[in-house]
Design a protein around this ligand. Structure first.
Ligand code: GCV
Length: 701
């Protein structure tokens, strides 16, 4: 049995076989490939549309043309590319854009009348998104009459950040927090040159709606820093490969670049020479990559350089880079993940969860228009359960990006099946000012209402590598898929998204028993995030992971460390007092009603109880259980549920691709081993601390 610690890094070289098709196997294009198709328009993404359709038609017997020579079943047309082809029925030609808005830069209009399905777009990438929408619809795209409907992304930027190192980092390896082998971009200090894999990646991203990526780790080392200057060609090559898929490339840069690369004595954001250096450097970037997206910056965070070294604040720092990018239309994603990572555990006044708000909320209104403040979704660090970050409600005059983690750093590292879309959906649907008010998604989508009105982006840390299944765990592909789709439309239902992913990845005609496949995948994945939560850290207290790699249990692993992530368990109770009355006061960072709800022991939701309160083990939850009994019950239940997942999965042997089946079987065995370890360590720890036996008399060590 291969365990995560000694898992082989799966390497492929340029000559190796193509990776798993993920959710775009040829069969997913059958409905389109069997049709007579007209593609009308020009521009790189239109060529992509044409090539996709041509490939599908070659396989499934249809035909594709650029000018109509006869009747067609499907028209994909750019509206401003000359007169629309005659075959577009008059009704569709004159149809006003529904809801009064045009498709815009990235949207498309879909209608079907007189037996012809029509996708119209104003910009080439809209046509590409329209094509992939048809792929999702399959045969349903070619039935009946369909009134015109405009589809537009809710969020402007839908971005994946790659924490890929160009040179192998001595501790973090080729990909920081990467669980899918090596980087798809870099190997041992050089570009890996696997152009086919990058094209395939661009195609997968476009099909979900992702339109931006950053290609290197936010922790920028000396080799990575050079991507901004002398190794710009490496970035340009990636940009060239992804452009046909509507994906713009961004770069993580170090704030110390003027010193490291420019030979200046300072990187002070108010220094004239420093400003000039960023301006000229950025000009050269755009000369080489005209559609370059911008910079991502982790400053004054976990050892990365930043404006604090010069007595400046983060608005000074972010605005420096924003000024250099503005003339070219670029943005800076400035991360709000700033906290004291050298905290003394004895110091009970410092609260890491407060840090982002304390640093950034006072700066609201000072950030340039092209600064996007990138905020982790929770106040601590991508835990399987945290409250939503109060920063998102606190900065009405600042553009925001909410950052999620598709890579499963704290959610089983792609050894555990953990479908994260329900968690993200919960975060995006969280109503920051209480029931009936705007949600996180509304803030990002700039839906009118009180609070922030600048709109924003959804960003996530990517989970892919050079693994043949892209993600190590084949079922982790569903997370990547769901992230893109939620960024396009945060209101989408996670269960429906899983169905979309199943339909595409396991087309009915390619598996032995489609109903069994669907039921099994739902049984394994629907509740998998909550199951993971059940056998790991209880009631929102977080961490308790093994500090060496954040995989597996380590209940006291961080308790006496400098990282600010403590649970404070003793013989009487557990949890972090973040109340205003007796604790760190973090509850006061929320607007009402949450500032009161979280402050109140009676009202605080069970799942966040230990995030906000230190309580005795005998404290009775809303569920009716005591805290200690809840810990025992959930940990026994979580392991039993993983056993059930494993047994359900076994039923797919011989029904799906054996390679996928075998890989998932292997991972479920490891998940069960690890979940059991979590259960036994957590239960034993709390039994020994509290001395309270399990009311059900089960074995605790
Ligand atoms: C890229 C966590 C991770 C780090 C990561 C950091 C961040 O602390 O463990 O590996 O660094 O978050 O988001 O910058």
């Amino acid at each position: 049995m291969t365990s995560p610690a000694n898992a082989p890094v799966t390497a492929t070289d340029p000559a190796s076989p193509p990776p798993h098709p993920a959710w775009l196997p040829p069969e997913a294009f059958r409905a389109i490939g069997a049709r007579r198709v007209l593609v009308h328009g020009e521009g790189p993404p239109v060529e992509t549309v044409h090539d996709e359709v041509a490939r599908a038609c070659a396989r499934y017997g249809g035909r594709v043309e650029r000018t109509a020579a006869g009747p067609v079943d499907l028209v994909l047309a750019l509206r401003d590319s000359g007169p629309l082809p005659e075959v577009v029925p008059p009704a569709a030609r004159t149809a006003p854009d529904p809801d009064g808005g045009s498709p815009g830069d990235e949207g498309f209009l879909l209608t079907r009348s007189d037996g012809v399905t029509i996708v119209l777009a104003d910009a080439p990438v809209g046509l590409l998104y329209g094509l992939f929408h048809l792929v999702r619809l399959g045969e349903a795209a070619f039935t009946g009459e369909q009134p015109a409907r405009t589809h537009r992304p809710a969020l402007r930027r839908r971005m994946l950040d790659h924490w890929d190192n160009v040179a192998v980092h001595p501790v973090m390896g080729q990909v920081e927090r990467g669980y899918a082998g090596g980087s798809i971009f870099w190997r041992d200090g050089r570009p890996r040159g696997d152009r086919e894999r990058l094209r395939a990646y661009g195609r997968l991203l476009a099909s979900t709606g992702v339109n931006a990526i950053s290609v290197n780790n936010v922790n920028v080392g000396p080799t990575e820093a050079l991507l901004l200057t002398e190794r710009l060609d490496d970035v340009a090559e990636i940009a060239d490969l992804l452009r046909p898929y509507g994906v713009r490339v961004h770069l993580s840069v170090t704030f110390a670049a003027p010193v490291l690369l420019g030979g200046l004595p300072t990187a002070d954001p108010l220094d004239e020479q420093v400003r000039d250096w960023w301006e000229s450097t950025t000009r050269r970037v755009y000369a080489r990559v005209p559609d370059f997206g911008g910079y991502v910056v982790k400053a004054d965070s976990e050892g990365q350089p930043g404006p604090f070294s010069y007595g400046r604040d983060h608005a000074d720092g972010a605005n420096l880079l924003a000024a250099a990018l503005a003339p070219h239309g670029g943005v800076v994603h400035w991360r709000a993940f700033v906290y004291d990572h050298r905290q003394d555990w004895r110091d009970r006044t410092t609260d890491r969860a407060r840090a982002a708000y304390d640093h950034f909320a006072p700066l609201d209104g000072r950030f340039a228009d092209n600064v996007v403040l990138q905020v982790k979704f929770g106040p601590v660090d991508f835990q399987p359960r945290e409250p939503v970050s109060p920063v998102i409600a606190a900065m009405p005059a600042t553009r925001l990006a909410v950052e999620l983690q598709v890579t499963q750093e704290y959610t089983g590292q792609q050894w555990h099946a953990c479908y994260l879309a329900p968690w993200w959906h919960e975060v995006l649907a969280f109503r920051l000012w209480g029931p009936g008010e705007r949600s996180v998604a509304d803030v990002l989508a700039d839906v009118p209402g009180p609070g922030p009105r600048r709109g924003g982006d959804l960003v996530a840390v990517a989970n892919v590598g050079d693994d043949p299944f892209w993600c190590g765990h084949p079922l982790a592909q569903a997370n990547l898929y769901a992230f893109g789709r939620l960024a396009w439309d945060p209101r989408l239902d996670p269960t429906a998204l899983l169905d979309e992913w199943i339909d595409l990845t396991f087309p009915a005609s390619t598996v032995g028993d489609p109903t069994l496949v669907r039921e099994t995948l739902h049984a394994v994945l629907d509740d998998s995030w909550r199951i993971y939560e059940r056998y790991t850290a209880p009631l929102g207290v977080g961490f308790m992971v093994n500090p060496a790699g954040h995989y597996g249990p380590g209940v006291d692993g961080y308790e006496y460390s400098r990282w600010g992530t403590y649970h404070f368990a003793d013989r009487d109770g557990v949890g972090v007092d973040r109340t205003r009355a007796t604790g760190t006061g973090m509850t006061g960072q929320y607007p009402p009603p949450w500032s009161q709800v979280y402050e109140s022991l009676e009202q605080c939701p069970d799942e966040l109880l230990l995030f906000f309160h230190h309580v005795p083990y005998s404290h009775v939850l809303h569920s009716g259980s005591t805290v200690i009994q809840h810990i025992y019950d959930t940990h026994f239940a979580g392991v039993a549920e993983v056993e059930a997942m494993r047994d359900r999965w076994a039923g797919l042997a011989g029904v799906i691709d054996p390679a996928v089946h075998e890989r998932v079987t292997e991972r479920l065995a490891e998940q069960l081993r690890c979940a059991t370890e979590w259960r036994d360590q957590v239960n034993t720890y709390f039994f020994r601390k509290s001395g309270v036996p399990d009311a059900r008399g089960r074995r605790i060590h």
